[in-house]
Design a protein around this ligand. Structure first.
Ligand SMILES: [Zn+2]
Length: 213
């Protein structure tokens, strides 16, 4: 099976025009290992690229992507969610990362999927993997203002789910301890795709404030 031409062309372009011009950086990163400045937990969505938004060079960010940028509550029985748990453990224990960002975004397919599913009165018994994965969104869904239209409720859920993931992140081993020792800071961010705006969750006002540019 051959690799599609567009991928081969993009690779050749990157190798010639980026890699070869930044070869020393890659050699240095290989020799000395990565020391990323932040961990970013973002959605798989192709429109939301943490390295573009934060203008990252190779080695700058430790990125974990999943559907709807979720952090489920810590799994004490260690039977599921190993992907996100191992990323967080590695970031905190091995890389000693001092900033963890949860990056939500507008028109998130995963959030809309969960909203539509929870809005149905009778949920189907047979769960898909996506149903199981998006189940943690239910906590935020239950707190939505019921007077909102579906469209605005989904918009609200996109942000409330980021806040819920921040809360869940604190249930992971060592996270609270590191926050108290000022060795780790958690940030909830929201990216508006069409405006290119980034907002930051403010724990005091309980709102997202746009970061001016
Ligand atoms: Zn998404």
């Amino acid at each position: 099976m051959s690799l599609p031409d567009f991928l081969i062309d993009k690779y050749k372009d990157w190798k010639k025009n980026f890699f070869l011009k930044n070869k020393e950086l890659y050699i240095e990163l290989e020799a000395n290992g990565q020391k990323p400045k932040a961990m970013i937990i973002s959605c798989c969505d192709s429109r939301v690229d943490p390295n573009k938004i934060f203008n990252g060079k190779p080695g700058d960010y430790f990125v974990h992507r999943n559907v709807a940028n979720l952090v489920p509550i810590y799994n004490l029985n260690k039977t599921e969610n190993h992907e996100i748990t191992s990323s967080i453990e590695y970031a905190v224990n091995s890389l000693k990362i001092q900033n963890i960002i949860i990056l939500g975004h507008s028109s998130c397919g995963g959030i809309e999927y969960a909203y539509q599913r929870f809005s149905k009165e009778n949920l189907e018994n047979k769960q898909t993997s996506l149903d199981t994965w998006t189940e943690p969104i239910k906590t935020a869904f239950n707190n939505i203002d019921t007077n909102l239209s579906d469209k605005n409720a989904i918009k609200s859920l996109e942000k409330m789910s980021v806040v819920n993931s921040l809360t869940n992140l604190k249930s992971y081993p060592k996270i609270n301890e590191l926050i108290i020792k000022n060795k780790l800071t958690l940030h909830g961010l929201f990216f508006d795709i069409s405006k290119g705006d980034l907002s930051k969750f403010n724990e005091i006002s309980n709102k997202f404030d746009i970061i001016s540019y």
